[in-house]
Design a protein around this ligand. Structure first.
Ligand SMILES: *Cc1c(COP(=O)(O)O)cnc(C)c1O
Length: 403
């Protein structure tokens, strides 16, 4: 018999997607994967032949294109070329990686740090490297996909607590066997909602139930804390998180991920985590750029202040126009739309008026909670933010989302 895959489950999944994309394109509702032609000052971009305000980027402190950072990257290319041609364990490690890891450890007030080639890979390899069969991992329901994947890959018992619900977390911790290894893992700032994990309470619970604590700071480095060093500074706590994970691709205008922790943990990860052993080291330019970026954050504290002011303006302005911005307290600002189609239509209206925002729809968020996921940065001018909010407001009125 001939093998026939014309209607197997894979073919059906592919077809469903193709049809969904085609339907959106047909109605001018598809705005994903748009190639930016040029990045302009003031967090603007040149795209489809027009200048647009960018409200979907994670360059929270506006560091992309910073002269010091660009210069560091260029110097690194001149000295080391463009690739590492090997894994960290063998010939891939450069002085640049060591410098970067020392900078991160200092920035995060930790003993040591280790870097990987992406944030996604960092969560996969660190969680699955630290936890294993028989262990218990407790994860917030709204945690990033890379955390979920890392937990599943680890083979540990996977328990999910309701979003930021500390009573639920305590119940789950209590019901796990007392003598097993436990870890609680959560985003610091939740990437779709912009709210902040209740770190003081999580900390209390991890102490009470003898659990390790891992926090993903993808959206809190440069964002939280008076000097932008992250969630511990935000809550006025010292070096209290066991595993401080972060990415080099958001506030830090590079690529890669890191973990900062006690020296022994870092030594363990640099010999036992698979992405360190089996995947190439960060390219020189990216390592040097990241290293310089952490220094710029500390040298230019006005950026964090500016971000805070812009965030207040953006959340306050959208709320006063009648939008529901959910529980955000940070630069990630959801504009609740409800149905997926409303989020797509809001995007189209905004994009037509040169405001670059994107929708988040199911299954990335629960059905009925589709939204625009707007971000504001230190690079935006207050007058530009006002204009963007006017555009979003007009769109909301036209589509009946607000009065
Ligand atoms: C973006 C993100 C990551 C992944 O980081 P990359 O460097 O883009 O791979 C991990 N965790 C969270 C919470 C994120 O938002």
């Amino acid at each position: 018999m001939d093998f026939d895959n014309t209607n197997d489950s894979l073919t059906r999944r592919v077809r469903a997607f193709t049809e969904r994309v085609a339907r959106l394109e047909e109605h001018d509702l598809y705005y994903f994967n748009m190639p930016v032609e040029e990045i302009l000052p003031g967090n603007k971009v040149f795209l489809r032949g027009r200048e647009m305000g960018m409200y979907a980027s994670y360059s929270y402190l506006g560091l992309v294109g910073h002269p010091r950072i660009n210069e560091a990257a260029k110097k690194a290319v001149d000295k080391f070329g463009t690739g590492t041609n090997g894994v960290r364990m063998l010939a891939g490690t450069l002085t640049l990686h060591k410098e970067l890891e020392e900078t991160i450890a200092n920035f995060k007030h930790a003993e040591a740090a280790v870097t990987y080639s992406s944030g996604y890979v960092t969560n996969l390899t660190v969680i699955s490297g630290l936890m294993g069969r028989g262990d218990y991992v407790f994860s917030d329901k709204l945690n990033h996909a890379s955390i979920v994947d890392g937990c599943l890959m680890s083979g540990a018992e996977f328990r999910r607590f309701r979003h930021n619900d500390m009573e639920h977390l305590e119940g789950l911790l209590k019901s796990a066997p007392a003598d097993v290894t436990k870890m609680v893992v959560a985003d610091s700032v939740f990437s779709m909602d912009g709210d902040i994990i209740d770190l003081p309470k999580v900390l209390e619970l991890t102490k009470k139930y003898n659990a390790w604590l891992m926090i993903d700071e993808a959206h809190s480095v440069g964002v939280l804390g008076k000097t932008g060093t992250g969630i511990e500074e935000h809550f006025g706590l010292g070096d209290v998180i066991d595993i401080k994970m972060g990415t080099l691709s958001k506030t830090i205008p590079s690529i890669g991920g890191y973990v900062a922790a006690k020296k022994d943990i870092i030594t363990y990860l640099s010999h036992a985590s698979r992405a360190y052993i089996f995947s190439a080291a960060l390219p020189p330019a990216q390592a040097a750029a990241a290293n310089e970026a952490f220094k710029v954050i500390l040298d230019e504290p006005w950026r964090v202040e500016r971000l805070n002011e812009n965030t207040k303006q953006f959340i306050g302005g959208l709320k006063s126009r009648g939008f529901d911005t959910m529980l955000t307290e940070t630069a990630i600002v959801p504009v609740l739309c409800g149905a997926d189609d409303m989020a797509f239509a809001m995007t189209r209206e905004a994009q037509h008026n040169d405001v670059f925002v994107l929708p988040v729809v199911s299954p990335a968020v629960p059905e009925g909670l589709a939204r625009l996921r707007a971000t504001v940065t230190a690079a935006h001018e207050p007058s530009e933010i006002e204009r963007a909010m006017d555009v979003i407001g007009e769109a909301g009125k036209k589509l009946g989302l607000i009065k």
